[in-house]
Design a protein around this ligand. Structure first.
Ligand SMILES: *Cc1c(COP(=O)(O)O)cnc(C)c1O
Length: 370
């Protein structure tokens, strides 16, 4: 699905030498490189604060802690997302109310969120799924109307830009109150291990995020609040700091692969290629097709037989997962989400374009539908 080895080969010299010098420095946790990387990322994203942490799931949990969300409060998030979005709330006793998504963009919209808002709702957690922004203007408007916080789960969309109605361009993750991301190796900006970060333009929130991620302390052994321990280590920061320089190139290569897939697949009647909205760029964390007429599983089998990997993101929506069963009565039904679970398939896409490999994938998809 990704070519992390190929990507590493191109930057190996720099990576190897920086990893070695970090180890030799002995500053393995909170070394100067962690601060340097945070500053570089904050400059890149044009956001005031970037606070690194241990992974994208922690980033979400810390965002809820920093916003003082408590057990019994509700957040609204899509059911059509990775488990972390809802799980990070649920571990704190916060109730994840799951909403449906637009069947074309795969993203939540204000229309699906609004009917679920109650007196207990404290925040909306839109997810910029597969690398394209949600319609943030309408989500912010809704949040404003009901006085809700907005936490953007930006784990799949680092580098994606959203243009609001007033013409302003912003990176996703820097539009709401807090943005969170993951540096899991296969993400668009990936470490060689776990990592994550939070983004905010709000000084007060930044302070609370720092506290929450660091045992509630801003001075060693002085604990102001109950926090957790969530750090990005120096070796991962070195790697991310190098890879950040190539992020635009990586995302542009993903776009080239996506464009080529779409050129061929848009001719196939039983396939719907990724739907692009006008006010967002796309960083194609995933290239996800909708396969119509129940042919998805057969296509997946056919590709596997030809040695081509493919993935279903996600085979079971969150509202259907056993872990969340106590939040719903059995007939909770999200129409679009349930159709997506039966019809999507993601093909290999990454930063290292290998023309002959992609041609082989295209040829076989075309053959299947012949
Ligand atoms: C990957 C991912 C996360 C979690 O990131 P980890 O670093 O694996 O904890 C959260 N939300 C979404 C949408 C993701 O894709």
């Amino acid at each position: 699905m990704v070519d992390l080895k190929g990507q590493y080969q191109k930057i190996k010299k720099q990576i190897d030498s920086n990893i070695i010098s970090t180890i030799e420095s002995g500053k393995l946790i909170n070394g100067p490189i962690v601060k340097e990387f945070s500053e570089n990322l904050s400059q890149y994203l044009n956001v005031k604060h970037v606070i690194p942490c241990a992974n994208g799931t922690d980033a979400l949990q810390i965002s809820f802690m920093a916003l003082d969300l408590k057990a019994g409060d509700e957040i609204i998030c899509p059911s059509w997302t990775y488990v972390a979005t809802a799980e990070a709330a649920a571990v704190l006793g916060i109730i994840p109310i799951m909403c449906d998504v637009d069947p074309n963009t795969f993203n939540v919209t204000a229309d699906y969120i609004e009917p679920l808002i109650t007196d207990k709702t404290k925040a909306i957690v839109p997810v910029h799924l597969y690398g394209q922004s949600c319609d943030m203007d309408s989500i912010l408007k809704l949040a404003n109307k009901y006085d809700l916080k907005v936490i953007e789960d930006n784990a799949q969309a680092v580098g994606c830009k959203y243009k609001s109605n007033n013409g302003e361009m912003k990176f996703t993750g820097t539009i709401g109150d807090i943005g969170t991301t993951s540096f899991y190796p296969s993400k668009n900006l990936g470490a060689y291990g776990d990592g994550g970060a939070l983004f905010t333009n709000d000084d007060n929130l930044a302070e609370k995020i720092h506290l929450a991620a660091n045992h509630g302390q801003n001075k060693k052994y002085h604990h102001k609040i109950i926090g957790c321990n969530s750090r990005l280590d120096s070796v991962q920061a070195e790697i991310l700091n190098i890879k950040l320089k190539y992020l635009d190139e990586y995302n542009s290569n993903r776009n080239k692969m996506a464009k080529k897939y779409t050129k061929y697949f848009s001719k196939i009647d039983d396939i719907q290629t990724p739907f692009k909205i006008n006010n967002s760029t796309h960083v194609y964390h995933q290239y996800t097709l909708k396969v119509l007429k129940g042919k998805r599983d057969l296509l997946k089998q056919y590709l596997a037989h030809k040695g081509i990997p493919s993935m279903i993101y996600y085979p079971i929506p969150l509202h259907k997962q056993q872990a969340f069963k106590n939040y719903f009565n059995g007939d909770y039904f999200l129409k679009n989400t349930e159709v997506l679970a039966e019809s999507v398939i993601s093909l290999p896409i990454h930063s290292e374009i290998e023309t002959s490999n992609q041609d082989y994938i295209i040829e076989n998809v075309l053959n299947f539908f012949k």
